[in-house]
Ligand binder design. Structure first.
Ligand code: BTN
Length: 254
């Protein structure tokens, strides 16, 4: 069972801890329809049996070893065009945590919101928003963070223990993530989107370095130059032209 000792104003004050659950994002979405949830409610499970990933993928996490949880937010102060700022703040919160826990490692945010440590993925973030014409009514922020798992990790994945050789108490890591998310969420709520965008750009993987990509027209060398306010990724190609990509339109090769 999970407990949160976080020193927060609202995130994690309502905590639903489940021994097993299909998907914490799905569970929270179902709960939001039928029950009154407080902003900041967290659903967490020891054993997620049907975790949802981006692009319709699944998310596997060894039971009892990692964090799999979702946070319920009501960011009505954001317009639909500002949705990507939620990806930014959650990425920044995890970036800060990973920098603190793995100080010697290279930590980056891989667009749009994957956290990479030493070139391997350590966190998956799946943010599902309900929007109307004017604002974001509800946001379910799902996070899978590899903490103590060292077996059965994909070649391309890692965990905090694999990097630092230290086994962590999951409740402590959860409290730290939640405090970091609240910190950036409050920054966003008090209209600091410019600073948030700047901090996000500084931590972007492959920013300002030549790398190899593939889009619908084929493979090419390019340089990430940053993101638009709405999250569109800008890559300069060899001819000097700026190409713009929505989520799923570009693949990072190598
Ligand atoms: C990705 O594909 O990188 C995103 C993975 C997101 C996984 C988390 S685990 C907790 C939450 N519940 C889910 O079903 N998915 C997210």
């Amino acid at each position: 069972m999970h407990k949160i000792f976080a020193n927060t104003l609202f995130i994690g004050k309502q905590l639903i801890s489940l021994p097993s659950c299909h998907s914490t994002n799905e569970f929270l979405a179902e709960l939001a329809v039928k029950d009154t949830l407080f902003e900041g409610a967290v659903v967490i499970t020891e054993n997620q049996t049907k975790g949802k990933g981006q692009r319709g993928n699944s998310w596997y996490s060894e039971p009892g070893k990692n964090l799999t949880f979702s946070v319920y937010l009501r960011p009505k102060f954001l317009k639909p065009s500002q949705q990507f700022d939620l990806n930014r703040i959650v990425s920044l919160a995890l970036y800060d945590l990973l920098k603190k826990m793995c100080p010697m490692a290279k930590v980056y945010i891989k667009w749009p919101n994957d956290l990479y440590v030493n070139k391997k993925k350590i966190t998956g973030i799946l943010i599902e928003n309900n929007i109307n014409q004017h604002s974001i009514i509800q946001s379910i922020v799902g996070i899978g963070l590899n903490v103590n798992q060292t077996d059965k990790l994909l070649e391309t994945a890692t965990s905090i223990k694999e990097i630092s050789n230290v086994e962590y108490e999951l409740n402590k890591v959860l409290s730290d993530v939640i405090m970091a998310i609240e910190h950036y969420y409050l920054m966003l709520r008090s209209n600091d989107a410019r600073l948030i965008r700047q901090l996000y750009e500084e931590k972007l993987y492959k920013k300002d370095v030549v790398a190899y990509y593939e889009d619908k027209n084929g493979k090419f060398n390019g340089v990430i130059r940053g993101t638009e306010a709405d999250g569109v990724l800008k890559i300069e190609d060899e001819s000097g032209a700026l190409r713009r990509y929505q989520f799923k339109e570009i693949h990072f090769l190598l």
